[in-house]
Design a protein around this ligand. Structure first.
Ligand code: OSB
Ligand code: MG
Length: 369
């Protein structure tokens, strides 16, 4: 197999509901769609779902564009390969830049599974025909707004709710949601904003009484020791997100006892090949995993659904339906959830059509190599 042409499209879609985390507020997103074409004219699509600002991870939309255009696509173009796992070896010299790599890696997997006429999920070794979706809810202006948003999503059938927290927006919103939903599968995500100061630790320890499924990424990404200390002090499982960008990060975190749950993101790990390897290692180590999201458009979302079909993804994934995020998605049909369950497509490749008219209408920049 040989990629003979590659294109990047910077596409802007408005979010149906603005999203606020401990670091940023967004009403619309720019993601970069990647097209890899082989000599037969077959196309594999991928998505670079980097946030615009370097607050979740060091990358930005501009840095991803630069790295993909200047390093990743030139490394892949013209190379012979038989298996999608080989593609990451072509850019092995490029450090970091996981989001940019992930978009190109997914495009290679989609191209390969399309040409081999197998569903992406099967190509990865997926065993589930459906996956359970949770929702991730941002910080809202008031607790009443948050309760209304939880109500909307629970009524839509989602069985798990994650709440973004930050100092000053933690124990009280969690108490309020827990009081109304004593049995709900509920967890919190701090996106690394807490320190081990006395007041921050007091808030994190106070969360232990609410029966949360996990506390996700309370401390800064590289601060594995703080996560280890917290995990020793609380019953609630600690989950890592930003801390784990490579398999080696995961090995280190496991040997320290810094986590009991792992959020695996295709984007953060640099693609499906690495995400699947993280799944395998976590499964061997007895750590539960779920698939996190980055508000992907339908292409990245379909890849997340395919990954979530692997046997170790035993907790609900952030693969909510397209309509939670976008009025119109770039794939047809959009990703649909019924009672919080998403069917894993059975058709070859991505398992969705790609709406090139919608993409063209919302494209801000394109480049072809
Ligand atoms: O930490 O999981 C996160 C969105 C942007 C940046 C970081 C995160 C998130 C989410 C969204 O939680 C999950 C989704 O795609 O619904
Ligand atoms: Mg997170």
């Amino acid at each position: 197999m040989r990629v003979t042409a590659a294109r990047l499209h910077r596409v802007r879609l408005p979010l149906v509901h603005a999203f606020t985390t401990s670091s940023h507020r967004k009403a619309g997103l720019d993601h970069i769609l990647v097209e890899l074409e082989d000599s037969s004219g077959a196309i594999g699509w991928g998505e670079i779902a980097s946030p615009s600002d370097p607050y979740y991870a060091p990358e930005t939309v501009e840095s991803c564009w630069h790295i993909a255009e200047r390093y990743l696509l030139p490394a892949v173009l013209g190379q012979e390969w038989d298996e999608p796992e080989q593609v990451q070896e072509f850019w092995a010299k490029v450090r970091g830049n996981q989001f940019a790599k992930a978009g190109v890696d997914v495009a290679a997997w989609v191209l390969w599974s399309t040409l081999r006429d197998v569903p992406l999920a099967k190509a990865l070794g997926g065993t589930r025909s459906e996956v359970t979706a949770g929702v991730s809810l941002g910080i809202e202006p008031t607790i009443d707004d948050l309760l209304a948003e939880v109500r909307r999503q629970v009524d839509a059938g989602y069985p798990r709710v994650k709440l973004k927290i930050a100092p000053g927006w933690d124990v009280e919103p969690v108490r309020a949601v827990r009081a109304q939903y004593p049995e709900l599968d509920l967890h919190v995500d701090a996106n690394g904003i807490y320190s081990e100061s006395a007041d921050h630790l007091a808030a994190l320890l106070a969360l232990d009484e609410f029966g949360l499924t996990m506390i996700e990424q309370p401390f800064a990404p590289r601060n594995l020791l703080a996560h280890t200390r917290l995990q020793r002090a609380v019953e609630t499982p600690v989950c890592l997100d930003e801390s784990v960008e490579t398999l080696e990060d995961l090995e280190t975190a496991l040997s320290l006892g810094a986590l009991r749950v792992l959020n695996i993101k295709v984007s953060r790990m640099g693609g499906l090949t690495a995400a699947r390897a993280a799944h395998d290692l976590a499964q061997q180590s007895g750590v539960a995993v779920w698939c996190g999201g980055m508000h992907e458009f339908g292409i990245g979302r379909a890849a997340n659904v395919a990954l979530s079909s692997l046997p170790g993804f035993t907790l609900p994934s952030d693969v909510s339906a397209s309509d939670k995020y976008y009025a119109r998605d770039v794939v047809t049909p959009p990703v649909i959830a019924r009672s919080g369950v998403v069917q894993v497509p059975e058709s070859a490749g991505l398992g969705h059509g790609v709406d090139i008219h919608l993409i063209a209408a919302n494209t801000i920049a394109t480049v072809e190599l």
